[in-house]
Design a protein around this ligand. Structure first.
Ligand code: HGY
Ligand code: MN
Ligand code: MN
Length: 408
């Protein structure tokens, strides 16, 4: 039997990023394709019937004798990563699901309904810019035409890249048949925060996901020569971008529960001896109340416009994606709580809100969804330093198997 830590070790060299540290496993990149093959092999080893649907979601099915998949129990997560991401964000949930299948078979469990392990593509939105793209396509939460025309930083469209990887872009979009198969969805994930370590608890249950969105700010100025352009004669978008980044920090610090981040900034053309002609920067804003998020973005936009005008530049703001705050299904949440408490000496299992988005958050708008979190000693995530103790990683499959057995 492969434990979770063994399964994770078997992919620990896939997509290592020597420049950033950690892993870069963008959707449909070589490392991610390698991980898809890994999943197919490991799922097939467990007798699961593996397929990839028209939105690029992979499914490993443990069918009942009837083969009826309607209202099945689905678990899983994602295999793609942020640039320079950690080893656990996504793969922990997939590895735990595969090892949980081992445990259920060891226990002699005969599922009374279908059980599937799902792998959702482009959860991080690191290549095409929209987080949870696979689950948004599945549910119809995003327009398929818009997705076909999404471009990666190299200018490749999602249509071309997905076609090159065996999908038919014309068939992207809401998949009623696949949705009907999901009776409940449970995603196990590394905790991205440090509540569990402070509570001395190995597992927790998700209660909610903070509303979050992404906006692109494009500042246009006058590209020019760094050596021949006097300071008084510049319209430098980099100056405006710098002021925007500082304004974002001020605006977010002025609002309780707000989080706002610029993690990605792209000068064009990006030469050392060149005054940029344009600077694109991406804004990630999160807050429980959508109207507060909108007001924060509006305030940032106003300050950006002022800074741009002063520098003789212009700025445009484009919303790229937005997800409202999600409350997970309370019945399923209680079921997860009970299962995990019973297998944890009837100790109470913490309920955790999170600021991190997940496919479970997208699916929660369509099917009962829930999350199980595994302790992260430092709370750090989206970083090579993300970590889970081996004992907690291996506990994850037992915790998930307990939950799945009760739900099956
Ligand atoms: O951005 C997020 O919260 C998630 O990790 N995609
Ligand atoms: Mn993530
Ligand atoms: Mn994740």
């Amino acid at each position: 039997m492969n434990t979770v830590s063994h399964l994770l070790e078997s992919i620990s060299d896939v997509g290592r990023d020597s420049a950033r540290g950690g892993y870069s496993r963008q959707v449909f990149s070589t490392p991610e394709l390698e991980l898809r093959e890994w999943f197919t092999a490991e799922a097939s080893k467990r007798g699961l019937e593996v397929s990839t649907d028209r939105n690029g979601i992979m499914w490993g099915w443990w069918d009942t004798a009837s083969g009826n998949r309607t209202g099945a129990l689905v678990t899983g997560s994602h295999l793609d990563s942020v640039p320079g991401g950690g080893a656990f964000d996504g793969p922990l949930g997939v590895a735990a699901a595969l090892a949980a299948v081992d445990e259920l078979k060891e226990r002699g469990v005969e599922p009374r309904r279908g059980l599937a392990v799902a792998v959702f593509p482009e959860e991080e939105g690191s290549r095409f810019g929209i987080a949870c793209l696979g689950s948004r396509l599945l549910t119809g939460a995003i327009d398929a035409d818009r997705v076909r025309n999404l471009k990666d930083p190299a200018g490749n469209t999602f249509a071309d890249v997905s076609r090159a990887n065996g999908l038919d872009p014309a068939h992207l979009g809401r998949d009623e048949e696949a949705l009907r198969t999901i009776g409940d969805f449970v995603e196990l994930h590394v905790e991205q925060g440090r509540a569990l370590i402070d509570l001395d608890a190995p597992v927790g249950v998700g209660s909610s996901i903070l509303g979050h969105g992404r906006w692109r700010l494009s500042v246009e100025g006058q590209g020019n020569h760094a050596g021949t352009t006097l300071m008084a004669h510049r319209a430098d978008p980099m100056i405006v971008a710098a002021q925007i980044v500082l304004a974002i920090r001020r605006v977010a610090e002025g609002q309780d529960d707000a989080r706002a981040t610029v993690g990605r900034l792209q000068p064009v053309p990006g030469g050392t001896n060149v005054i940029a002609s344009r600077v694109d920067l991406w804004l990630d804003v999160r807050h429980p109340d959508n109207s507060v998020t909108a007001a924060l973005v509006e305030s940032i936009h106003g300050q950006a416009q002022k800074a741009a005008a002063f520098e003789g530049c212009s700025v445009t703001l484009t919303e790229e994606s937005f997800s409202s705050t999600v409350q997970f299904d309370s019945t399923l949440q209680r079921q997860l709580q009970n299962s995990l408490s019973q297998s944890n000496g009837n100790l109470p299992v913490p309920t955790l809100p999170t600021g991190a988005g997940h496919d479970a958050g997208v699916l929660a708008g369509y099917v009962p969804s829930g999350m199980v979190y595994i302790r992260n000693p430092t709370g750090i995530s989206h970083s090579p330093e993300e970590f889970v103790e081996r004992s907690d990683a291996d506990l994850a499959s037992t915790a998930l198997a307990d939950v799945l057995e009760d739900l099956l």
